[in-house]
Design a protein around this ligand. Sequence first.
Ligand code: NDP
Length: 491
Amino acid sequence: MSFDYDLFVIGGGSGGVRAARVAAGDAGAKVALAEMDRYGGTCVIRGCVPKKLMVFASEYNEVVADAKAYGWELRDGPFDWQSFRTRLNSELDRLEGVYRSLLAQSGVETFDARAVLKDAHTIELSTGETKTAKHILVATGGHPVRPAIANAELGIVSDDIFHLESLPKSILIIGGGYIACEFACILHGLGVEVTQYYRGAQILRGFDEEARGLIAESMRERGIDLRTGTNIVEMAPASDDHTISNTGTGSDAAMGASSQDIAAVAERQSGSQSAERGGPIWVKATNGREKVFDAVLFATGRDPNTSDMGLEQIGVKLGRRGEVEVDEYSQTAVPSVFAIGDVTDRVNLTPVAIREGMAFVETVFKGNPTPVDHDLIPSAIFTQPEMGTIGLSEEDAREQEPVEIYCTSFRPMQTAFAGRTDRVLMKLVVSVETRKILGCHIVAPNAGEMIQLAGIAVKMGATKEDFDRTVAVHPTMSEEIVTMKTPVSTA
Ligand code: NDP
Protein backbone atom coordinates (compact mmCIF):
# COMPACT_ATOMS: atom_id res chain seq x y z
CA MET A 1 0.00 0.00 0.00
CA SER A 2 1.35 3.41 -0.84
CA PHE A 3 0.91 6.47 1.37
CA ASP A 4 1.22 10.21 0.80
CA TYR A 5 3.89 10.37 3.54
CA ASP A 6 6.10 8.09 5.60
CA LEU A 7 5.23 10.21 8.65
CA PHE A 8 2.49 12.67 9.46
CA VAL A 9 3.10 14.65 12.66
CA ILE A 10 0.16 16.33 14.39
CA GLY A 11 1.37 19.27 16.47
CA GLY A 12 4.17 21.76 15.84
CA GLY A 13 5.56 22.08 19.36
CA SER A 14 9.06 21.20 20.49
CA GLY A 15 8.53 17.41 20.35
CA GLY A 16 6.63 17.26 17.05
CA VAL A 17 8.94 19.66 15.23
CA ARG A 18 12.07 17.81 16.38
CA ALA A 19 10.68 14.41 15.36
CA ALA A 20 9.57 15.75 11.96
CA ARG A 21 12.93 17.42 11.27
CA VAL A 22 15.02 14.44 12.27
CA ALA A 23 12.82 11.93 10.42
CA ALA A 24 12.98 14.05 7.25
CA GLY A 25 16.53 15.37 7.56
CA ASP A 26 18.52 12.48 9.05
CA ALA A 27 16.36 9.51 8.10
CA GLY A 28 15.28 10.79 4.68
CA ALA A 29 11.60 10.13 5.34
CA LYS A 30 8.81 11.96 3.51
CA VAL A 31 7.25 13.97 6.33
CA ALA A 32 4.31 16.34 6.80
CA LEU A 33 3.26 18.26 9.90
CA ALA A 34 -0.02 19.97 10.80
CA GLU A 35 -0.26 22.73 13.39
CA MET A 36 -3.51 24.58 14.06
CA ASP A 37 -1.99 27.41 16.10
CA ARG A 38 1.52 28.85 16.19
CA TYR A 39 4.68 26.85 15.48
CA GLY A 40 6.79 26.32 18.59
CA GLY A 41 3.85 25.17 20.73
CA THR A 42 3.49 25.68 24.46
CA CYS A 43 7.20 25.98 25.22
CA VAL A 44 8.03 28.67 22.70
CA ILE A 45 4.77 30.57 22.37
CA ARG A 46 3.00 30.40 25.74
CA GLY A 47 5.27 28.57 28.16
CA CYS A 48 8.95 28.21 28.97
CA VAL A 49 10.34 30.90 26.67
CA PRO A 50 8.02 33.86 27.38
CA LYS A 51 7.88 32.76 31.04
CA LYS A 52 11.68 32.80 31.36
CA LEU A 53 11.85 36.24 29.72
CA MET A 54 9.30 37.40 32.30
CA VAL A 55 11.45 35.86 35.04
CA PHE A 56 14.39 37.94 33.82
CA ALA A 57 12.20 41.06 33.67
CA SER A 58 10.91 40.50 37.19
CA GLU A 59 14.37 39.97 38.69
CA TYR A 60 15.65 43.44 37.76
CA ASN A 61 13.61 44.81 40.63
CA GLU A 62 15.93 43.17 43.15
CA VAL A 63 19.01 43.67 41.01
CA VAL A 64 18.42 47.42 41.12
CA ALA A 65 18.01 47.33 44.90
CA ASP A 66 21.19 45.26 45.23
CA ALA A 67 23.09 47.57 42.90
CA LYS A 68 22.26 50.51 45.16
CA ALA A 69 23.61 48.56 48.13
CA TYR A 70 26.79 47.99 46.12
CA GLY A 71 27.21 51.74 45.70
CA TRP A 72 25.47 52.50 42.44
CA GLU A 73 23.36 55.61 42.30
CA LEU A 74 20.13 54.61 40.58
CA ARG A 75 16.64 56.03 40.39
CA ASP A 76 13.60 53.78 40.91
CA GLY A 77 11.03 53.69 38.14
CA PRO A 78 7.96 51.66 37.27
CA PHE A 79 7.99 48.58 35.06
CA ASP A 80 6.64 49.29 31.58
CA TRP A 81 4.58 46.22 30.66
CA GLN A 82 3.62 47.51 27.20
CA SER A 83 7.21 48.06 26.18
CA PHE A 84 8.26 44.64 27.51
CA ARG A 85 5.29 42.93 25.84
CA THR A 86 6.11 44.50 22.46
CA ARG A 87 9.66 43.16 22.63
CA LEU A 88 8.40 39.81 23.88
CA ASN A 89 5.96 39.49 20.98
CA SER A 90 8.61 40.29 18.40
CA GLU A 91 10.93 37.72 19.96
CA LEU A 92 8.18 35.09 19.82
CA ASP A 93 7.47 36.02 16.16
CA ARG A 94 11.18 35.58 15.44
CA LEU A 95 11.29 32.18 17.13
CA GLU A 96 8.16 30.99 15.34
CA GLY A 97 9.82 32.00 12.07
CA VAL A 98 12.89 29.97 13.04
CA TYR A 99 10.71 26.91 13.69
CA ARG A 100 8.94 27.28 10.35
CA SER A 101 12.18 27.70 8.43
CA LEU A 102 13.85 24.74 10.17
CA LEU A 103 10.95 22.56 9.05
CA ALA A 104 11.11 23.90 5.51
CA GLN A 105 14.91 23.42 5.35
CA SER A 106 14.49 19.79 6.46
CA GLY A 107 11.96 19.20 3.68
CA VAL A 108 8.94 18.84 5.96
CA GLU A 109 5.67 19.86 4.31
CA THR A 110 3.55 21.93 6.72
CA PHE A 111 -0.18 22.51 6.98
CA ASP A 112 -1.64 25.34 9.07
CA ALA A 113 -4.65 23.24 9.96
CA ARG A 114 -6.30 21.08 12.60
CA ALA A 115 -5.92 17.35 12.00
CA VAL A 116 -8.34 14.55 12.86
CA LEU A 117 -7.59 10.85 12.51
CA LYS A 118 -9.99 8.95 10.28
CA ASP A 119 -8.27 5.58 10.48
CA ALA A 120 -4.89 4.11 11.37
CA HIS A 121 -3.26 5.79 8.35
CA THR A 122 -5.59 8.62 7.34
CA ILE A 123 -5.69 12.21 8.52
CA GLU A 124 -8.37 14.74 7.67
CA LEU A 125 -7.36 18.40 7.81
CA SER A 126 -9.56 21.37 8.63
CA THR A 127 -8.69 22.67 5.13
CA GLY A 128 -10.79 19.79 3.78
CA GLU A 129 -7.79 17.80 2.51
CA THR A 130 -7.28 14.15 3.38
CA LYS A 131 -3.75 12.72 3.70
CA THR A 132 -2.40 9.25 4.31
CA ALA A 133 0.77 8.24 6.13
CA LYS A 134 2.53 5.01 7.04
CA HIS A 135 3.09 6.38 10.55
CA ILE A 136 1.25 9.07 12.49
CA LEU A 137 2.81 10.89 15.43
CA VAL A 138 0.49 12.68 17.86
CA ALA A 139 2.33 15.54 19.56
CA THR A 140 -0.54 17.88 20.41
CA GLY A 141 0.55 18.86 23.93
CA GLY A 142 -1.83 20.02 26.63
CA HIS A 143 -3.83 23.00 27.80
CA PRO A 144 -4.45 24.67 31.16
CA VAL A 145 -7.65 23.74 32.97
CA ARG A 146 -9.88 25.73 35.30
CA PRO A 147 -11.52 24.12 38.33
CA ALA A 148 -15.22 23.31 38.08
CA ILE A 149 -16.62 26.29 39.98
CA ALA A 150 -19.23 28.81 38.87
CA ASN A 151 -17.81 31.83 37.02
CA ALA A 152 -14.41 30.16 36.57
CA GLU A 153 -14.23 31.77 33.12
CA LEU A 154 -13.71 35.12 34.89
CA GLY A 155 -10.24 33.90 35.79
CA ILE A 156 -7.30 33.75 33.41
CA VAL A 157 -4.90 30.86 32.75
CA SER A 158 -1.17 30.94 32.04
CA ASP A 159 -1.75 31.24 28.25
CA ASP A 160 -3.50 34.58 28.84
CA ILE A 161 -0.75 36.25 30.87
CA PHE A 162 1.36 37.10 27.85
CA HIS A 163 -1.59 38.86 26.16
CA LEU A 164 -2.70 41.07 29.06
CA GLU A 165 -3.26 44.68 27.96
CA SER A 166 -1.98 45.86 31.31
CA LEU A 167 -0.77 44.19 34.46
CA PRO A 168 -3.39 43.91 37.21
CA LYS A 169 -2.73 45.80 40.45
CA SER A 170 -3.62 42.69 42.42
CA ILE A 171 -3.94 39.04 41.50
CA LEU A 172 -5.05 35.85 43.21
CA ILE A 173 -3.22 32.76 42.00
CA ILE A 174 -4.85 29.40 42.59
CA GLY A 175 -2.59 26.33 42.81
CA GLY A 176 0.74 25.34 44.29
CA GLY A 177 2.50 23.70 41.34
CA TYR A 178 5.21 24.92 38.97
CA ILE A 179 3.07 27.47 37.14
CA ALA A 180 1.38 28.94 40.22
CA CYS A 181 4.66 29.43 42.11
CA GLU A 182 6.62 30.72 39.14
CA PHE A 183 3.97 33.29 38.23
CA ALA A 184 3.51 34.31 41.86
CA CYS A 185 7.21 35.27 41.91
CA ILE A 186 7.24 36.82 38.44
CA LEU A 187 4.18 38.99 39.00
CA HIS A 188 5.34 40.02 42.47
CA GLY A 189 8.68 41.05 40.96
CA LEU A 190 6.85 43.13 38.36
CA GLY A 191 5.04 45.04 41.08
CA VAL A 192 1.71 43.18 41.23
CA GLU A 193 0.22 42.55 44.68
CA VAL A 194 0.13 38.73 44.72
CA THR A 195 -2.02 36.44 46.84
CA GLN A 196 -1.70 32.67 46.34
CA TYR A 197 -4.13 30.04 47.60
CA TYR A 198 -2.96 26.44 47.68
CA ARG A 199 -5.28 23.72 48.96
CA GLY A 200 -2.50 21.50 50.38
CA ALA A 201 -0.24 21.95 53.38
CA GLN A 202 2.85 22.99 51.38
CA ILE A 203 3.43 24.23 47.82
CA LEU A 204 5.32 22.20 45.19
CA ARG A 205 3.96 18.81 46.19
CA GLY A 206 6.30 15.94 45.41
CA PHE A 207 9.54 17.91 45.73
CA ASP A 208 11.95 17.70 48.67
CA GLU A 209 10.25 18.99 51.84
CA GLU A 210 13.08 21.24 53.00
CA ALA A 211 13.54 22.73 49.54
CA ARG A 212 9.86 23.54 49.12
CA GLY A 213 9.72 24.88 52.68
CA LEU A 214 12.55 27.30 51.95
CA ILE A 215 10.91 28.48 48.72
CA ALA A 216 7.59 29.07 50.51
CA GLU A 217 9.37 31.01 53.23
CA SER A 218 11.31 33.12 50.72
CA MET A 219 8.14 33.87 48.76
CA ARG A 220 6.41 35.07 51.92
CA GLU A 221 9.44 37.14 52.97
CA ARG A 222 9.41 38.85 49.60
CA GLY A 223 5.80 39.91 50.23
CA ILE A 224 3.71 37.27 48.47
CA ASP A 225 0.59 36.55 50.50
CA LEU A 226 0.88 32.76 50.25
CA ARG A 227 -1.94 30.94 52.03
CA THR A 228 -1.74 27.17 52.24
CA GLY A 229 -4.64 24.95 53.25
CA THR A 230 -6.83 27.43 51.40
CA ASN A 231 -8.81 27.18 48.19
CA ILE A 232 -11.28 29.24 46.22
CA VAL A 233 -14.94 28.27 46.65
CA GLU A 234 -16.82 31.09 44.95
CA MET A 235 -16.08 33.90 42.54
CA ALA A 236 -18.15 36.57 40.83
CA PRO A 237 -17.79 39.99 39.24
CA ALA A 238 -17.09 42.33 42.16
CA SER A 239 -20.34 44.21 41.61
CA ASP A 240 -22.59 41.14 41.84
CA ASP A 241 -24.86 40.98 44.83
CA HIS A 242 -23.47 38.81 47.64
CA THR A 243 -24.63 39.12 51.20
CA ILE A 244 -22.07 39.73 53.94
CA SER A 245 -23.73 37.01 56.00
CA ASN A 246 -21.99 34.59 53.64
CA THR A 247 -18.59 35.72 54.81
CA GLY A 248 -18.39 33.57 57.93
CA THR A 249 -15.93 34.13 60.74
CA GLY A 250 -12.90 33.90 58.47
CA SER A 251 -13.89 36.86 56.30
CA ASP A 252 -11.56 39.80 56.01
CA ALA A 253 -14.34 42.01 57.35
CA ALA A 254 -14.32 39.87 60.49
CA MET A 255 -10.54 39.45 60.58
CA GLY A 256 -9.58 43.10 60.26
CA ALA A 257 -9.16 43.49 56.51
CA SER A 258 -7.72 46.59 54.93
CA SER A 259 -10.12 49.48 54.51
CA GLN A 260 -9.81 49.03 50.75
CA ASP A 261 -11.09 45.44 50.96
CA ILE A 262 -13.99 46.39 53.18
CA ALA A 263 -14.88 49.29 50.91
CA ALA A 264 -14.83 46.90 47.96
CA VAL A 265 -17.19 44.49 49.73
CA ALA A 266 -19.49 47.35 50.72
CA GLU A 267 -19.44 48.72 47.19
CA ARG A 268 -20.23 45.27 45.83
CA GLN A 269 -23.16 44.98 48.20
CA SER A 270 -24.56 48.36 47.21
CA GLY A 271 -24.17 47.33 43.57
CA SER A 272 -22.51 50.64 42.70
CA GLN A 273 -19.45 49.20 40.95
CA SER A 274 -19.34 48.28 37.28
CA ALA A 275 -19.94 44.58 36.64
CA GLU A 276 -18.21 44.36 33.30
CA ARG A 277 -16.26 41.16 32.65
CA GLY A 278 -12.56 41.69 33.08
CA GLY A 279 -13.20 44.01 36.02
CA PRO A 280 -12.44 43.26 39.66
CA ILE A 281 -13.39 39.81 40.88
CA TRP A 282 -14.87 38.97 44.25
CA VAL A 283 -13.55 35.71 45.69
CA LYS A 284 -14.59 33.67 48.67
CA ALA A 285 -12.11 31.17 50.11
CA THR A 286 -12.59 27.89 51.97
CA ASN A 287 -11.88 29.70 55.27
CA GLY A 288 -14.68 32.17 54.60
CA ARG A 289 -12.27 34.98 53.69
CA GLU A 290 -13.70 37.35 51.10
CA LYS A 291 -11.55 39.60 48.98
CA VAL A 292 -11.63 41.51 45.71
CA PHE A 293 -8.80 41.04 43.20
CA ASP A 294 -8.14 42.69 39.85
CA ALA A 295 -7.50 39.26 38.36
CA VAL A 296 -7.57 35.58 39.27
CA LEU A 297 -5.08 33.17 37.68
CA PHE A 298 -5.92 29.48 37.67
CA ALA A 299 -2.71 27.43 37.67
CA THR A 300 -4.56 24.25 38.52
CA GLY A 301 -2.94 21.82 36.14
CA ARG A 302 -3.01 20.95 32.46
CA ASP A 303 -4.93 18.34 30.47
CA PRO A 304 -3.74 16.58 27.30
CA ASN A 305 -5.09 17.85 23.95
CA THR A 306 -6.91 14.75 22.72
CA SER A 307 -10.55 15.74 22.42
CA ASP A 308 -12.32 15.48 19.06
CA MET A 309 -9.27 14.09 17.30
CA GLY A 310 -10.79 10.74 16.39
CA LEU A 311 -8.25 8.92 18.56
CA GLU A 312 -10.58 6.62 20.49
CA GLN A 313 -12.68 6.01 17.37
CA ILE A 314 -9.68 4.44 15.61
CA GLY A 315 -8.69 2.36 18.66
CA VAL A 316 -6.10 4.55 20.44
CA LYS A 317 -6.49 4.10 24.21
CA LEU A 318 -6.83 7.19 26.37
CA GLY A 319 -6.23 7.39 30.12
CA ARG A 320 -8.36 8.94 32.85
CA ARG A 321 -7.32 12.51 32.05
CA GLY A 322 -7.50 12.00 28.31
CA GLU A 323 -3.79 11.24 27.91
CA VAL A 324 -2.71 8.93 25.09
CA GLU A 325 -1.54 5.63 26.51
CA VAL A 326 1.78 4.52 25.02
CA ASP A 327 4.43 1.89 25.61
CA GLU A 328 8.12 2.56 26.24
CA TYR A 329 8.60 3.22 22.51
CA SER A 330 5.78 5.80 22.50
CA GLN A 331 3.60 3.42 20.47
CA THR A 332 -0.17 3.51 21.05
CA ALA A 333 -2.65 0.62 20.90
CA VAL A 334 -2.82 1.28 17.13
CA PRO A 335 0.59 0.14 15.81
CA SER A 336 0.94 2.89 13.16
CA VAL A 337 0.11 5.66 15.66
CA PHE A 338 2.68 6.97 18.14
CA ALA A 339 2.46 9.81 20.66
CA ILE A 340 5.06 11.95 22.42
CA GLY A 341 5.21 14.90 24.82
CA ASP A 342 2.59 16.32 27.17
CA VAL A 343 -0.24 14.57 25.32
CA THR A 344 1.04 11.33 26.87
CA ASP A 345 1.31 12.89 30.36
CA ARG A 346 4.53 11.09 31.27
CA VAL A 347 7.06 13.74 32.31
CA ASN A 348 5.68 17.02 31.02
CA LEU A 349 8.85 18.90 30.20
CA THR A 350 10.06 20.23 26.84
CA PRO A 351 13.42 18.41 26.78
CA VAL A 352 11.62 15.16 27.58
CA ALA A 353 9.23 15.64 24.64
CA ILE A 354 12.25 16.26 22.42
CA ARG A 355 13.94 13.08 23.72
CA GLU A 356 10.75 11.12 23.10
CA GLY A 357 10.62 12.47 19.54
CA MET A 358 14.23 11.49 18.85
CA ALA A 359 13.72 8.02 20.35
CA PHE A 360 10.63 7.59 18.15
CA VAL A 361 12.65 8.39 15.01
CA GLU A 362 15.45 6.00 16.09
CA THR A 363 12.91 3.25 16.68
CA VAL A 364 10.71 3.69 13.61
CA PHE A 365 12.98 5.18 10.95
CA LYS A 366 16.48 4.05 11.88
CA GLY A 367 15.84 0.44 12.83
CA ASN A 368 17.20 1.03 16.32
CA PRO A 369 14.47 0.38 18.91
CA THR A 370 15.10 3.00 21.60
CA PRO A 371 13.01 3.10 24.76
CA VAL A 372 12.68 6.52 26.36
CA ASP A 373 14.76 6.95 29.50
CA HIS A 374 12.64 8.80 32.06
CA ASP A 375 14.97 8.13 34.96
CA LEU A 376 16.89 10.90 36.77
CA ILE A 377 15.63 13.91 34.84
CA PRO A 378 17.03 17.19 36.15
CA SER A 379 14.61 20.11 36.21
CA ALA A 380 14.27 23.63 37.53
CA ILE A 381 11.47 25.65 39.00
CA PHE A 382 11.93 29.33 38.21
CA THR A 383 10.68 30.70 41.47
CA GLN A 384 12.67 33.36 43.33
CA PRO A 385 14.87 31.77 44.55
CA GLU A 386 15.07 29.08 41.90
CA MET A 387 15.05 25.37 42.62
CA GLY A 388 17.15 22.88 40.69
CA THR A 389 16.47 19.26 41.40
CA ILE A 390 17.30 15.74 40.26
CA GLY A 391 16.43 12.34 41.68
CA LEU A 392 14.65 11.41 44.85
CA SER A 393 13.51 13.77 47.58
CA GLU A 394 14.76 12.91 51.06
CA GLU A 395 11.27 11.64 51.92
CA ASP A 396 10.97 9.35 48.87
CA ALA A 397 14.52 8.04 49.29
CA ARG A 398 13.89 7.15 52.95
CA GLU A 399 10.92 5.06 51.84
CA GLN A 400 13.21 3.19 49.46
CA GLU A 401 16.38 2.46 51.43
CA PRO A 402 18.68 3.68 54.24
CA VAL A 403 20.12 7.08 53.31
CA GLU A 404 22.53 9.72 54.56
CA ILE A 405 21.50 13.35 54.17
CA TYR A 406 24.07 16.06 53.58
CA CYS A 407 22.59 19.52 53.76
CA THR A 408 23.69 23.09 54.18
CA SER A 409 21.84 26.36 54.20
CA PHE A 410 23.52 29.76 54.17
CA ARG A 411 23.23 33.39 53.10
CA PRO A 412 25.08 33.76 49.80
CA MET A 413 27.82 36.38 49.65
CA GLN A 414 26.34 38.47 46.86
CA THR A 415 22.92 39.15 48.36
CA ALA A 416 24.06 39.05 52.00
CA PHE A 417 26.38 41.97 51.21
CA ALA A 418 23.37 43.84 49.82
CA GLY A 419 21.55 43.25 53.10
CA ARG A 420 19.10 40.65 51.85
CA THR A 421 18.11 37.76 54.08
CA ASP A 422 17.82 35.18 51.24
CA ARG A 423 19.15 31.74 52.04
CA VAL A 424 20.54 29.07 49.78
CA LEU A 425 19.98 25.35 50.30
CA MET A 426 22.21 22.54 49.00
CA LYS A 427 21.21 18.99 49.72
CA LEU A 428 22.50 15.56 48.76
CA VAL A 429 20.59 12.37 49.42
CA VAL A 430 23.08 9.49 49.52
CA SER A 431 22.49 5.74 49.50
CA VAL A 432 24.14 4.15 52.56
CA GLU A 433 24.63 0.90 50.66
CA THR A 434 25.95 2.04 47.26
CA ARG A 435 27.12 5.56 48.27
CA LYS A 436 25.43 6.83 45.09
CA ILE A 437 23.77 10.25 45.03
CA LEU A 438 20.06 9.45 44.88
CA GLY A 439 18.94 13.06 44.92
CA CYS A 440 20.42 16.54 44.64
CA HIS A 441 18.32 19.59 45.51
CA ILE A 442 19.48 23.16 45.24
CA VAL A 443 17.55 26.31 46.12
CA ALA A 444 19.65 29.25 45.01
CA PRO A 445 19.95 31.95 42.38
CA ASN A 446 20.65 30.15 39.09
CA ALA A 447 19.96 26.73 40.62
CA GLY A 448 18.66 25.67 37.20
CA GLU A 449 22.10 26.24 35.71
CA MET A 450 23.78 24.38 38.60
CA ILE A 451 21.55 21.31 38.47
CA GLN A 452 22.16 20.83 34.75
CA LEU A 453 25.84 20.20 35.53
CA ALA A 454 25.38 18.34 38.81
CA GLY A 455 22.82 16.26 36.91
CA ILE A 456 25.52 14.81 34.65
CA ALA A 457 27.38 13.41 37.64
CA VAL A 458 24.22 12.06 39.25
CA LYS A 459 23.09 10.47 35.97
CA MET A 460 26.54 8.86 35.65
CA GLY A 461 26.03 7.26 39.03
CA ALA A 462 28.46 9.43 41.00
CA THR A 463 28.98 8.53 44.64
CA LYS A 464 29.34 10.92 47.56
CA GLU A 465 33.06 10.16 47.49
CA ASP A 466 33.22 11.26 43.81
CA PHE A 467 31.71 14.58 44.86
CA ASP A 468 34.20 14.79 47.78
CA ARG A 469 37.17 14.18 45.45
CA THR A 470 36.16 17.16 43.30
CA VAL A 471 37.98 20.33 44.28
CA ALA A 472 35.77 23.28 45.19
CA VAL A 473 35.54 26.31 42.91
CA HIS A 474 36.04 29.20 45.28
CA PRO A 475 34.32 31.49 46.07
CA THR A 476 31.04 30.24 44.64
CA MET A 477 27.76 29.09 46.10
CA SER A 478 27.95 25.73 44.38
CA GLU A 479 31.28 24.81 46.00
CA GLU A 480 29.23 23.75 49.01
CA ILE A 481 27.99 20.77 47.02
CA VAL A 482 31.49 19.22 47.21
CA THR A 483 32.44 20.36 50.71
CA MET A 484 29.69 18.85 52.88
CA LYS A 485 31.65 16.38 55.02
CA THR A 486 29.28 15.25 57.76
CA PRO A 487 25.77 13.93 57.25
CA VAL A 488 23.06 15.91 59.04
CA SER A 489 21.09 12.71 59.42
CA THR A 490 21.25 9.02 58.67
CA ALA A 491 18.30 6.65 58.51
P1 NDP B 1 0.83 21.07 38.47
O1 NDP B 1 0.15 19.79 38.27
O2 NDP B 1 2.28 21.15 38.73
O3 NDP B 1 0.10 21.87 39.62
C1 NDP B 1 -1.29 22.03 39.66
C2 NDP B 1 -1.63 22.67 40.97
O4 NDP B 1 -3.01 22.99 41.00
C3 NDP B 1 -1.37 21.75 42.16
O5 NDP B 1 -0.87 22.53 43.20
C4 NDP B 1 -2.75 21.20 42.46
O6 NDP B 1 -2.92 20.86 43.81
C5 NDP B 1 -3.61 22.39 42.14
N1 NDP B 1 -4.98 22.04 41.77
C6 NDP B 1 -5.38 21.11 40.88
N2 NDP B 1 -6.74 21.11 40.80
C7 NDP B 1 -7.18 22.06 41.66
C8 NDP B 1 -8.46 22.51 42.05
N3 NDP B 1 -9.56 22.00 41.52
N4 NDP B 1 -8.53 23.49 42.97
C9 NDP B 1 -7.41 24.00 43.50
N5 NDP B 1 -6.18 23.62 43.20
C10 NDP B 1 -6.05 22.64 42.28
O7 NDP B 1 0.43 21.91 37.17
P2 NDP B 1 0.95 23.25 36.56
O8 NDP B 1 -0.23 23.77 35.81
O9 NDP B 1 1.61 24.13 37.55
O10 NDP B 1 2.07 22.75 35.56
C11 NDP B 1 1.78 21.75 34.59
C12 NDP B 1 3.02 21.02 34.19
O11 NDP B 1 3.79 21.87 33.37
C13 NDP B 1 3.93 20.64 35.32
O12 NDP B 1 3.60 19.40 35.87
C14 NDP B 1 5.28 20.62 34.69
O13 NDP B 1 5.51 19.34 34.20
C15 NDP B 1 5.15 21.61 33.55
N6 NDP B 1 5.87 22.86 33.86
C16 NDP B 1 7.21 22.83 34.07
C17 NDP B 1 7.89 23.98 34.36
C18 NDP B 1 9.36 23.93 34.59
O14 NDP B 1 9.99 22.94 34.24
N7 NDP B 1 9.96 24.94 35.20
C19 NDP B 1 7.22 25.27 34.44
C20 NDP B 1 5.81 25.19 34.23
C21 NDP B 1 5.18 24.03 33.95
P3 NDP B 1 -2.45 19.44 44.41
O15 NDP B 1 -0.98 19.54 44.63
O16 NDP B 1 -3.21 19.34 45.70
O17 NDP B 1 -2.86 18.41 43.43
